[in-house]
Design a protein. Structure first.
Length: 470
């Protein structure tokens, strides 16, 4: 067999890049139906984020995750570490919602509500206001440094930094009371952890929305990678109608393009220029597409000018495109068995969580039996000692009555009334005594009942073991 000699190439001569070289994207700001919806969501999510931190409830911050005192305040609710289950339920609901919305309409979350998209949109708007439109920005970047360029760049970065730091401040304000945080910022008395998180979150916003932009979606976001597992042929995606659009090409508006053998795409490149991730949707579905709909708005406007029907790029399904389904048939398949099952499970979990919250008793009781040996006291009566950890999760001081049952004649011989301040806990030592021969030797089941003296409906029963010595 003849062997072909291979000449080794020295490693230092191999020209190879480990990463795709970054091409700066200058997205053109686009107006239209989808752009308006994106802005509605930008306003809504940001009003919620920046505004909620300043709301008050019962003379305290309405939403505060007080990590130091391990209490979470959410309007009228006070959650303790024992209520961690609600956080888990919230995570399950978020994950299921993401599956559901992705199965129905692809990366809807990415295009409209993801913080990366929302802040990039705001940062791009600032950039556009200061440096001008797409062409002006490209020219400015190519131009040599001048006083005007320096002024524009400084103004843009200044505005970005103010917004980013305000975002970091608001974020920390959900963990440290925001009014005292503001005071500490203005009197330069901010603690080291608060300073760290404020700057960390601020600079993360500045870096991700100002510089990284589409790189975060392309390389850092795991969702972009596993979303395809949730897609099927009936998922709504932003698609270019190749059959209708090709062959693409420039043409005179007045001539019949069909007679010239052309499709509807005039090859104006608007869809590429408006794309925040810099892709060409005409190349087919790509994982970089965040389904923002900017290319739909851009293309629809071109179609309108050309007097062609809109929708050359549109939200549709693979199934509808391939089989020429009518919109009604397409929507019937969008709400298919898979999405109905997701919706059913999601609905049930939300209902269960809502009911559990509605019947949430604002009192928690933990009982621990003291390790001391049971004591035999007067006339053969036996005493066991317990530690009751009580937590009043109401936002008013309460008085609780402790009682015990389960063994005939069992009674509490220590203090049985306990006062607790609002949203506070207390450990109480309780001595339980039973008459001689009232229970078998060994372990006997008893129950502690703790009841709010003003509101008897607020009552918790906890089991415990009473030991009778042999
Ligand atoms: S905007 Fe529409 S017409 Fe223009 S290039 Fe894109 S698909 Fe073709
Ligand atoms: S291809 Fe269209 S929908 Fe996808 S990211 Fe680009 S502009 Fe948005």
């Amino acid at each position: 067999m003849k062997t072909i000699p291979i000449t080794p190439v020295p490693l230092d001569e191999v020209d190879m890049a480990l990463f795709e070289e970054r091409r700066k994207i200058y997205p053109r700001l686009q107006k239209g139906w989808f752009a308006s919806w994106r802005w509605v969501l930008v306003f809504f999510t940001q009003a919620l984020f920046y505004g909620t931190a300043w709301l008050s409830w019962n003379d305290r911050q309405a939403v505060l995750f007080d990590l130091v005192h391990r209490k979470f305040y959410i309007f009228g609710m006070v959650l303790w570490p024992q209520d961690f289950i609600y956080l888990s339920v919230l995570l399950v609901i978020s994950a299921l919602s993401l599956f559901l919305f992705t199965a129905i309409a692809g990366r809807l979350f990415c295009g409209y509500a993801c913080p990366q998209t929302v802040y990039t949109e705001i940062f791009m708007w600032i950039e556009n206001k200061i440096e001008g439109d797409r062409n002006a920005r490209m020219k400015l970047d190519e131009a040599p440094m001048s006083a005007s360029k320096l002024r524009k760049k400084a103004l843009k970065h200044g505005a970005w930094l103010v917004l980013a730091l305000w975002t970091g401040f608001t974020f920390v304000g959900y963990f440290t009371p925001i009014h005292s945080l503001a005071e500490e910022v203005f009197t330069f008395t901010l603690g080291p952890w608060e300073t760290f998180w404020l700057l960390f979150y601020g600079f993360a916003t500045y870096g991700n929305a100002g510089f990284m932009r589409e790189q975060v979606c392309k390389y850092m976001c795991p969702y972009a990678r596993f979303q395809s597992a949730m897609f099927d042929r009936d998922t709504l995606i932003v698609t270019y109608d190749t059959q209708r659009g090709e062959p693409r090409g420039g043409r005179n508006k007045k001539v019949d393009y069909k007679a010239q053998g052309l499709g509807s795409c005039v090859d104006c490149n608007i869809c590429v220029q408006v794309c925040p991730t810099g892709i060409d949707i005409r190349d087919g579905l790509q994982y970089e597409c965040i389904a923002c709909g900017a290319c739909i708005d851009g293309c629809d406007q071109v179609m309108e000018k050309m007097n062609y029907p809109k929708g050359l790029i549109r939200y549709t399904t693979e199934h509808a495109l391939d089989s020429g389904l009518t919109p009604k048939e397409m929507w019937q398949r969008v709400f298919r068995l898979r999405t109905l099952i997701y919706s059913g499970i999601l609905g049930l979990i939300i209902l269960a969580a809502a009911l559990s919250l509605a019947y949430h008793v604002p009192l928690k009781v933990d009982v621990i039996r003291d390790r001391s040996v049971p004591k035999i006291v007067d006339e053969g009566a036996i005493e066991n000692v317990y530690k009751l950890q009580l937590m009043n999760t109401q936002e008013s001081a309460r008085q609780f009555q402790i009682s015990v049952n389960g063994i005939n004649g069992a009674s509490i011989v220590s203090e049985s009334q306990v006062s607790l301040k609002s949203a506070s806990g207390k450990a109480v030592a309780v001595r339980v005594r039973i008459p001689a021969h009232a229970a078998e030797k060994g372990s006997n089941r008893i129950r502690f009942v703790v009841t709010d003296t003003e509101t008897p409906a607020v009552s918790v029963t906890e089991k415990a073991v009473f030991l009778v010595p042999h």
